[in-house]
Design a protein around this ligand. Structure first.
Ligand SMILES: [Zn+2]
Length: 264
């Protein structure tokens, strides 16, 4: 059987429209805790305070939300792209990336150098804040400064509406345009690679299925098995960073084979 890295690298080279889909595995490899894991942040807060309807309805919920969001923001602010983010940015430079669709809210694909037009953050971003009334956007750091100064639930300068990090909360609908674009790119791509996602959160997890039905080759790279492993053309169980690093090296090697050494 062919080496999986060689085989997948070959598919990247021969495919025209490549879509990469990334999940929490990439964030954890950059040191951002997985908030859903046991002992995680959710054990210390009541999830009901974080439903979008409650955020809208009560000042007390908004205060608790911001308390938790501030705690989650600290590691995100410090995180740096890892080898997987770097490899995906490099695929774009090589002309081998139609789009990267991410479930992560940490902005690390942009930090790694992917251009904003290529990145679709389907769960939003923690690096911005938006007003729920007038949609005015603010830099997250600017709003965090107000929290540090003692504000418990910040409000919009422009209209006084409640401010919320630009991430998608429980009960809040997915950004319609971005979701549609992600589905459309998935259904029309030739090669779809899901990296570091357990592929269980819908609707995001249906994107690999949409790609496969559209005739794309499907590759899954994840530490643990996923429910979609059976329909994938190739599954690599491993960490995202080292796997993507090997894959990128192999792609470059196949694009520009090193000359044979003089002795051979
Ligand atoms: Zn406003």
């Amino acid at each position: 059987m062919k080496d999986p890295i060689e085989e997948v690298a070959g598919w990247i080279i021969t495919s025209q429209r490549i879509v990469v889909f990334t999940g929490a595995g990439l964030s954890t490899e950059s040191g951002i805790p997985d908030f859903r894991s046991p002992g995680g942040i959710w054990d210390r807060y009541n999830p009901e305070d974080f439903y979008f309807q409650n955020f809208l309805a009560s000042e007390a919920s908004r205060e608790k939300y911001w308390q938790m969001a501030t705690e989650m923001y600290e590691p995100i602010k410090k995180a740096q792209p890892n080898l997987a983010h770097v490899a995906i940015a490099e695929l774009e430079r090589l002309g081998k990336l139609e789009s990267v669709i991410t479930q992560n809210v940490d902005g690390l694909h942009l930090k790694a150098g992917n251009s904003p037009r290529k990145v679709i953050e389907i769960h939003g971003t923690a690096l911005h804040v938006s007003c729920l009334h007038c949609q005015k956007r603010y830099d997250r750091e600017m709003v965090q400064k107000r929290i540090r100064d003692g504000v418990k639930a910040p409000a919009c300068d422009h209209c006084g509406g409640p401010l919320k990090p630009a991430t998608i909360s429980f009960g809040q609908s997915m950004p319609e345009k971005d979701t549609e674009r992600a589905y459309s790119l998935s259904s029309q791509c030739h090669f779809f690679m899901a990296i570091g996602s357990s592929l269980v959160v819908y609707p995001a997890a249906s994107m690999p299925q949409v790609a496969k039905r559209g005739g794309a080759k499907l590759v899954i790279i994840n530490r643990e098995p996923t429910p979609l492993d059976d329909i994938a053309d190739r599954v690599i169980h491993g960490l995202a960073g080292p796997t993507m690093d090997s894959l990128l090296k192999e792609v470059k090697e196949q694009l520009n084979p090193s000359p044979p050494s003089p002795s051979s």
